[in-house]
Design a protein around this ligand. Structure first.
Ligand code: SF4
Length: 303
């Protein structure tokens, strides 16, 4: 199926600047916390290469300036490189979120292109603990490819995912010792395999979902962010991206998320939308914990 062409009048209606291209559910790993339950049995969905190209064309026309390729392991997608290259060709910033288990030579070349950057997750300085999380002996490969990315001068961001503050601090110290400068720390998000309950809710979100950003899934489904995919607001295989992003469903979804998150995390007398506008009140749980990943920021979409 081909993505519907966007009309000229609709192209400028969306204020969205950043998109997650959540292109696959396939991954070599099977992490215990994976927010979308990706793994070896996952697939690449129904979006063709041409669909992703058309989506990117629409996104650029609508004012999007940055995308992140995420999944699943995007380097396992048969058209991942072409999608990233198309986005770079449109002048977009492109962050590739990879587990860094195996990076083919062509990917290393692409990642050295101006506008490209790399991000990965890291779970512990201890190989045993890291591998317990990924359920594969992946620590050595990921660490070696972090070192290689630094040597090649590729802009790199590492998200440490741990509910143990001491372990996270050890991992951060190790990463800083090998030269990683952009490091974020986040807890395990209650989605996918990271969820204790099968039915997701908004309490694990930050409240910024859909605010200048949106996620496109492997079947073309659009959601306010990569964590809130059960709140589908449209499908780019059925409607133009700009119309979806500026539509009533997006407005309703983001309002519902903000309302729920503000109620759950803010003080009763706090100003409206406190969490999305953090920091507004030091008593409130800071939304800094959720920075779901834009290349210009220190966000951590994988977590
Ligand atoms: S968290 Fe990332 S590396 Fe782990 S299974 Fe999910 S997509 Fe793969």
């Amino acid at each position: 199926m081909t993505i519907t062409e966007v009309s000229p009048t609709a192209q400028n209606e969306s204020p969205t600047k950043f998109l997650w291209l959540d292109i696959t559910r396939k991954c070599q790993l099977e992490c215990a916390h994976c927010y979308n339950s990706s793994g070896p049995e996952g697939d690449h969905g129904s979006m063709s290469q041409e669909d992703w190209f058309t989506l990117l064309d629409q996104a650029a026309d609508a004012g999007v300036s940055a995308v992140q390729l995420i999944g699943g392991e995007v380097t396992m997608h048969p058209h991942g490189k072409e999608i990233a290259a198309h986005a770079l060709g449109l002048g977009l910033q492109v962050e590739v979120y990879s587990n860094l288990v195996h990076i083919a030579p062509e990917w290393w070349t692409l990642l050295q292109h101006e506008g490209a950057s790399l991000a990965t997750s890291y779970y512990s300085a201890s190989a045993r603990e890291h591998n317990t999380m990924t359920r594969r002996p992946s620590h050595g490969r990921t660490r070696a490819n972090i070192v290689r990315a630094l040597k090649l001068g590729i802009p790199l961001r590492v998200g440490i995912v741990s509910n143990d503050k001491e372990r996270a601090a050890e991992a951060e110290a190790e990463l800083r010792a090998i030269g990683v400068q952009r490091i974020g720390i986040d807890h395990i998000r209650p989605y996918g395999r990271g969820a204790a309950e099968p039915s997701p809710d908004t309490s694990g979100l930050c409240g910024n979902c859909g605010d200048g950003c949106a996620s496109i899934g492997p079947n073309g489904q659009v959601a306010p962010c990569v964590f809130s995919t059960w709140m589908e607001i449209g499908n780019v295989q059925q409607a133009p991206l700009a119309a979806i992003l500026s539509g009533d469903k997006m407005i309703q979804a983001t309002a519902a998320i903000r309302g729920d998150v503000t109620m759950a995390k803010c003080q009763p007398d706090c100003q409206p939308h406190c969490v999305p506008n953090n920091p507004c009140d030091p008593r409130c749980e800071p939304n800094a914990a959720c920075r779901p990943g834009t290349p210009p920021s220190d966000c951590q979409p994988r977590n």
